[in-house]
Design a protein around this ligand. Structure first.
Ligand code: 13P
Length: 247
């Protein structure tokens, strides 16, 4: 049986580190047992949030890592710097791909660095609106999976998590349907299998405008094991409701 998992990606929120700590505590107070739950605060808030959550069952994830071990990379975070602060890292989020011009070659190196550093990776893939409208979603996703897995040692991918995040659904209030996400998640599992991984054991999350209102169809969908939640993860009551849907 696969793990069920809900991760809150806080992106560039909330406004201060003190607010991040308060949000983390409010979320921890509301989380039921039985589902793996994590939050991904901004890098600068990781020490304070991980400290605040030390004796709770909430995990902490980084939103990104650099692919190199160390060196002249101004503004970047090395995987080793996350030791003791995070159990894992989001890799390949479409907003990082967009804002830092990350292509699949870079994402592949980031994924490799994440797993060799002993962090649990949440690899994000998903098609753009144009690719979606052109009917190319599955082709794009399958290509991303193959390219993004190219560098990581297979042994390190035993704890891989994949998030299907169609770009057109992120932050739009317009989630995919459970039916659509099921089809794409099936394509992702086939690509994982093709890459030589035990696809049936790998949790796949859906992300893109998940809310307390929209979560039910994803929680009920065949093959979807959880959610990667953006905006709605900033409201502890709504986030807890999303977690309960996967409980
Ligand atoms: P929203 O839930 O705000 O659409 O964001 C989804 C996302 O990008 C999570 O990583």
């Amino acid at each position: 049986m696969r793990e069920r998992m809900v991760i809150g990606n806080w992106k560039m929120n909330p406004p201060t580190i003190a607010d991040a700590v308060e949000l983390a505590r409010s979320v921890a107070d509301r989380i039921p047992a039985g589902v793996l739950v994590g939050v991904a605060p901004a890098a600068v808030a990781l020490p304070a949030v991980s400290d605040a959550l030390r004796d709770t069952n909430l995990d902490v994830y980084a939103q990104d890592v650099h692919w190199e071990e160390r060196g002249a990379f101004t503004g970047q975070i090395a995987a080793s710097m996350l030791r003791g602060l995070a159990t894992g890292a989001i890799v390949g989020h479409s907003e990082v791909r967009r804002d830092q011009c990350d292509d699949d070659a870079r994402v592949a190196k980031k994924l490799a660095r994440t797993v060799t550093a002993g962090l649990r990776p949440i690899l994000c893939v998903g098609e753009s609106a144009a690719e979606h409208e052109a009917g190319n979603a599955s082709v794009v996703i399958v290509r991303q999976i193959a390219a993004d897995l190219a560098e990581a040692p297979r042994r390190g991918l035993q704890r891989l998590v994949v998030a299907y995040e169609p770009i057109w659904a992120i932050g739009t209030g317009n989630p995919a349907t459970g039916e659509w996400a099921t089809l794409e998640v099936r394509a992702i599992r086939a690509a994982l299998k093709h890459a030589g991984l035990d696809a049936e054991a790998i949790p796949i999350l859906y992300g893109g405008s998940v809310s307390a209102r929209s979560v039910a169809e994803f929680a009920a969908a065949d093959g979807i094991d959880g959610a990667l939640v953006g905006g709605a993860s900033l409201d502890p009551d709504e986030f807890a409701a999303i977690v309960r849907a996967f409980g």
